[in-house]
Structure formats: C-alpha cells, structure tokens
Design a protein around this ligand. Structure first.
Ligand code: 13P
Ligand code: SF4
Length: 304
C-alpha cells in the first residue's frame, strides 16, 4: 500500500476540490476499489448510483460502456473515463445495424440489450438488462419471443431460467468468461475437493451447470458473504476475490482466475491524470442519449 498512498491522497484531495465522485466496478484493482472509490458495485448498482449522486463530476472506474451509461443518465454531469481504450468484447460485438438485423429476423420481438453495449445499441433496443436482472427483464416482456443481445451465454443462461419464453440471441461473448470450460471445473473439484465453485452468468451454460452458484458480481459477493464457505473459487475476473478477501478472512479464495485486459487499463495514475487535467470527458450525442436513456430507465424502473 505504501507505493499507492501518495496517489490515493492526491486523488482524494482532487475529488474534494472538483466535487467529484468515483464509481468503481467490482473488477477494479484493490487500490482503486478500496483506496479511492466512493461507491463500488456491479453494473446495475453503478448505473443506479449515477442517477443519485449529487457531484459535478463522475470518474468512472470501469469500462467505457459504464461511463456512457453514467453520461446518459446524468447528462448535466462531467463524466471522466481514465482510459478511453478500456472497452469490452461484448460492447464491440454489436452495432445498431446488428439490432436492426435481429428485428428483421424476429419481427415484433422486443430487444433486451445487456448494458455492456454502446449508447447507439442501447438507443436501438427496447430495454436494457444487467446480469443481476436479466431473467426478470426477459420474463416481464409481453411477447413470447425475446431477443437478447449481445451475450449469447447470458442469453442461454436466461433461456434456462425463463423457460416460458423463446429467447433468441446475438453471438457475442465475454473474453474473460468464455475461457472457462466445464472440464476445468470438474478437474478443479477433483484436485481441490470441498471448494465452492461460483460462476458469473457470462460463462457458458455448461460451465454454470457445473458451478454451485451463479450470479452477477454483487450476487457473488452476497453469496460468499452469506455462506462463508471454507474455500471458494470465483469463476470470474481476478480482482473480485482480491477485493473481498480481507473482509472474509474465514474464506480461503483459491485460483485460478482470468484477467479482463480492458478493466485493467484503469490505474491510479490514470485516475489522477484524468482528475487533474479533466481529460477523458465522455460525450454522447443528445438524440442517441435520449433514446438510450429510455432503455436504461425502463430497466431501472423494472428492477427497483
Ligand atoms: P456485473 O458486475 O453486472 O455482474 O457485470 C460483470 C461484467 O463483466 C461487467 O463488465
Ligand atoms: Fe467486457 Fe468481459 Fe471485461 Fe466485463 S469482463 S468488461 S464483459 S470483456
């Protein structure tokens, strides 16, 4: 921590000076998560927080689509992205034309897009979802056929949980979670018996089927906090276990894990630079933002 202390102090001083808040996703490194974030959480919690905070500036410690979501929900605020290159394989997998193509393929079916999408894709969709409310949002649609984009695996996991709907999907995937195979989990159980296996729903359904629990990043934290298993393997991004290990000394977090190269682009140095120079301001075209806001707001209203 000693090497981080000067950055943490400088960032926290600048936050006060600029009336800024830092929203940190659960995949941030511990020095960002514990050192400088004012609010931490999963994608849904951070989106809701963006509608509630009273600061003039939001620094989004997460990936670009999260910063866009904050800007869409709080257009009057300055939203800073410490590294504009912090993208997401899911957000990059589909454009608004992809949504139009799905609508042509399934006429009349509503489009539920994961928040891991650009503002243009959100604007072209009917409603958004996150991993913590996807099943609930799909179940609430009037139509029997529901289009889910862009995460094929989240969609397949939802299709299993909401059998009354005909869920169809776009073929995107998360480069962190698609790497796991069901054999990895079986091998791990054999090698380290008694370990609780906890998977994010961006993992393929056959991986989720081998796990003891599946949920969003906040769902995973809640599960481990409530259950306090002796040993836990989090089948998700590496920082998750690092961020909660100190609060749960009774749980032994065991590896391996996969790193998200996009999330890891956010560093204390870049956060300090962004706040100091006010660079990395995220802008969303007003017309696109207005349509995208409707999709995100519909999701938030259904999730409360
Ligand atoms: P949640 O935090 O909503 O579970 O999302 C995980 C993720 O991959 C965000 O990029
Ligand atoms: Fe995108 Fe996956 Fe990284 Fe999340 S973990 S930002 S879904 S690539």
């Amino acid at each position: 921590w000693a090497i981080y202390a000067p950055y943490v102090k400088a960032i926290n001083d600048l936050k006060a000076q600029r009336n800024a808040v830092i929203l940190g996703h659960n995949y941030m490194t511990p020095e960002i998560y514990h050192g400088v974030s004012d609010f931490v959480g999963d994608s849904l919690q951070l989106a809701i927080k963006a509608t509630e905070v009273e600061a003039d500036v939001i620094v989004q410690c997460g990936v670009h689509f999260m910063a866009e979501t904050s800007k869409i929900l709080s257009p009057e605020k300055t939203v800073l992205m410490p590294d504009m290159e912090a993208g997401c394989s899911l957000a990059e997998s589909i454009t608004a034309e992809g949504i139009a193509e799905m609508r042509r393929r399934y006429p009349g079916a509503p489009v539920v897009s994961y928040v891991n999408t650009t503002a243009e894709v959100k604007a072209a969709s009917d409603i958004c979802c996150t991993s913590s409310n996807a099943a609930q949002i799909v179940a609430a649609q009037d139509n029997h056929t529901v289009i889910m984009t862009p995460d094929q695996y989240l969609a397949q996991n939802v299709a299993r949980d909401v059998p009354q709907k005909n869920v169809v999907w776009w073929e995107g995937s998360c480069i962190v979670h698609e790497q796991y195979s069901p054999q990895d989990l079986r091998d791990f159980r054999e090698w380290n018996p008694g370990t609780r296996l906890i998977a994010h729903p961006e993992c393929p359904p056959d991986v989720v089927a081998e796990a003891d629990y599946s949920g969003s990043t906040s769902g995973i934290i809640k599960y481990v906090t409530d259950e306090k298993p002796e040993k836990a393997l989090l089948i998700t991004e590496c920082s998750m276990a690092s961020n909660i290990a100190d609060q749960l000394p009774e749980v032994e977090f065991v590896g391996p894990c996969n790193m998200c190269p996009y999330m890891k682009k956010i560093t204390l140095e870049k956060v300090l630079f962004a706040l100091d120079t006010m660079t990395g301001q995220v802008e969303v075209d007003a017309e696109v933002a207005e349509k995208a806001r409707l999709s995100v707001q519909r999701m938030i209203d259904l999730s409360r």
